[in-house]
Design a protein around this ligand. Structure first.
Ligand code: FAD
Length: 158
């Protein structure tokens, strides 16, 4: 999701109360467009033959046990859950192409006896996930004490 202002990624002050709502609206709009357009090559039978629009009756509404009948519009999307991750703790480093070379290794803090760890270091997987965090922990352990000798997946390091 792009920032509202790419030159200023700092969230606005709490007094700007419609900031989360604005971003949620953005996510909703994006999701509806994705269902109507981008998902087509993957979900080949989920669009109405006449309008080419997504078949909104396919969305499951919480608590609804029978398959809905009748005509549904994109308004049916309101029965779904979605959110915009705009809190600072929800924001996340991306693994954009060519960025791995900027990641520091566990023993590259620049200080003797200070080791780095976390999913953001050069860990062989280099994406923001728990697996990468675990691999990073192993790299850091190895930098400190030499163990583990082998880290599965580290050959991707580079
Ligand atoms: C919204 C969101 C959804 C995610 N979903 C998934 C998912 O579905 N699957 C998946 O595999 N991964 C997911 N991730 C990624 C996953 O959470 C991270 O890859 C993982 O938690 C990274 O672990 P870490 O130990 O490197 O860092 P963290 O878990 O961030 O741990 C770092 C810790 O250090 C603490 N800290 C920072 N500074 C200091 C300091 N000065 N002194 C003391 N403590 C400090 C922090 O408070 C934090 O507890 C998600 C991440 C986010 C933000």
């Amino acid at each position: 999701m792009p920032d509202e202002d790419p030159n200023n990624i700092i969230p606005p002050p709490p007094t700007e109360r419609d900031f989360p709502k604005r971003n949620e609206d953005h996510v909703k709009k994006n999701a509806i467009k994705m269902l109507n357009e981008e998902i087509k090559p993957l979900w080949k039978t989920c669009h109405k033959s006449h309008t080419k629009e997504f078949d909104w009756s396919l969305l499951v509404k919480n608590g609804e046990i029978t398959k809905p009948t009748g005509k549904y519009t994109a308004k049916r999307f309101d029965t779904q859950f979605w959110r915009a991750n705009v809190e600072p703790s929800e924001r996340y480093v991306l693994s954009v192409a060519g960025s791995s070379k900027y990641r520091l290794k566990a023993d590259e803090s620049g200080y003797k006896n200070l080791y780095l760890t976390g999913d953001w270091i050069q860990n062989g997987m280099n994406v923001g996930c728990v697996e990468a965090a675990v691999m990073a922990g192993m790299h850091t352990s190895r930098a400190i004490c030499g163990i583990p000798k082998v880290i599965v997946g580290e050959s991707g390091l580079g």
